[in-house]
Design a protein around this ligand. Structure first.
Ligand code: MG
Length: 424
């Protein structure tokens, strides 16, 4: 049947049923009259920010709409100084439909190809906006974000406690108290740092090679901590990418008897071959990725089997959907997904929606143990943890609301607090 005949045939087939409507009006009828389901008509009217400093620097973004719906997002670490970037995105957001999140992401990212849109501050700023768009979408559609990420594969998300600024010193009373505190809160996994620039055994403060004395201190610290936690609590150890490949291999080997959950960034993540050499040299699982951006940053890490576990930070990697895509890429290599997370209950809950939706999720970081009263009061819902787990709320969007009175206590002095941008 040629195309003209085919059209005539279809028209004859449909016309009697549709009462003689032409196709465009039939289409309209199906979309607007015969269906009870209506896609919300909604436009972005404003984008505003607030800056806080807690564990590092965080920027909170609010996206306002003509339907009165406001979405919130949070970016961290690389976002310091990112507010002018977010303001520069306004021209690509205002007047647009906030439900077309992928389109907004692509528009802003590709607009910045020559302005650093491959990583760092630009991506952290875009991430905060992307999360706020998901919150708008959830609220507009009346669904939690996990539902928009493919639905949940688990009801609750396992969180691990980073021991915070006072890291472990063997035999030290405060260290013992901190371990007991983490246990009492019900966590089933914890993380400590073993890099110490002030270690007197260091060759010098900038040296990349650990001395024997330094490695002995690392082993003693992990032995002490592992010995205090019961066996059913997993322990991860972070080296913050501050050492050379030789040290990385030596430490990974020494850690084998402790059966760690992972050894994090013995070398920086940017030399993927060096990371892979360490992974291939040891039985200790190796993890990296908190300073890697986008799917593009994780592609070679996964292709070269450079690590056992990936840990993108969903408040700077490119956003929640980018996080979901990275998790899916990792799953094709049977690599678990354990997001880095140092943000407020708003960003932590946003990350939890992705963690609930991906099969290969392992555990999510929490790093506010040094700011417990602030943590418990930062959102109106109060504490979001239940014995080291987050149960996903069924409320629309992220599902938590900022308690402004508490959040303003950590506002960066002299910065706007969700005020309209002057001259914008
Ligand atoms: Mg780390």
């Amino acid at each position: 049947m040629n195309p003209t005949n085919r059209r005539n045939f279809l028209f004859r087939a449909v016309a009697p049923v549709a009462g003689g409507f032409l196709f465009p009006s039939l289409s309209r009828a199906v979309q607007e009259a015969s269906s009870p389901y209506r896609r919300p008509k909604i436009k972005i009217t404003d984008v505003r920010t607030a800056e806080v400093r807690v564990h590092g620097y965080q920027v909170h973004v609010r996206i306002y709409t003509d339907q009165g719906i406001v979405g919130q997002g949070e970016g961290t670490d690389a976002i310091q100084g990112g507010v002018p970037l977010i303001n520069s995105f306004r021209r690509l957001l205002i007047g647009q439909d906030p439900l077309n999140i992928e389109a907004a992401f692509e528009r802003i990212r590709t607009a910045g190809i020559f302005a650093g849109a491959q990583g760092g501050q630009y991506l952290a700023a875009l991430t905060a906006v992307e999360i706020a768009l998901w919150d708008v979408a959830g609220r507009a559609l009346g669904l939690p974000i996990y539902q928009l990420m493919g639905g949940k594969v688990r009801d609750r998300v396992r969180v691990y406690a980073d021991s915070g600024a006072r890291d472990m010193v063997p035999g030290d009373e405060r260290s013992i108290a901190r371990i007991h505190e983490i246990q009492k809160m019900g966590f089933t996994a914890a993380k400590i740092d073993i890099d110490d620039p002030a270690d007197p055994a260091r060759f010098d403060r900038v040296n990349w090679t650990a001395s024997n004395g330094e490695i002995d201190r690392m082993i003693a610290t992990v032995g002490f901590t592992r010995g205090l936690y019961p066996k059913n609590i997993d322990l991860a150890v972070d080296m913050h990418g501050r050492y050379d490949a030789t040290t990385g291999k030596r430490v990974a080997k020494e850690m084998e008897p402790f059966k760690l959950l992972w050894l994090e960034e013995p070398v920086p993540a940017e030399n993927i071959d060096a990371m892979r050499d360490i992974r291939q040299s040891t039985k200790t699982p190796i993890c990296c990725g908190e300073n890697v951006y986008l799917r593009h940053g994780f592609r070679e890490i996964l292709e070269k089997r450079a690590v056992d576990i990936i840990m993108p930070d969903l408040q700077k990697v490119g956003g929640l959907l980018e996080g979901r895509k990275i998790a899916d890429m990792a799953h094709a290599y049977y690599v678990p997904f354990a997001p880095h997370c140092v943000v407020s209950p708003i960003g932590t809950m946003a990350s939890a929606h992705v963690c609930a939706a991906v099969p290969n999720f392992l555990t999510l970081e929490w790093h506010w143990i040094d700011s417990l009263p602030l943590w418990k009061g930062f959102v109106k819902e109060g504490e979001i943890f239940d014995k080291g787990f987050i149960t996903l709320p069924d409320r629309p969007g992220i599902g938590v609301e900022m308690n402004e009175e508490m959040a303003r206590k950590v506002q960066v002095p002299g910065t706007p607090w969700f005020e309209p941008t002057k001259g914008a």
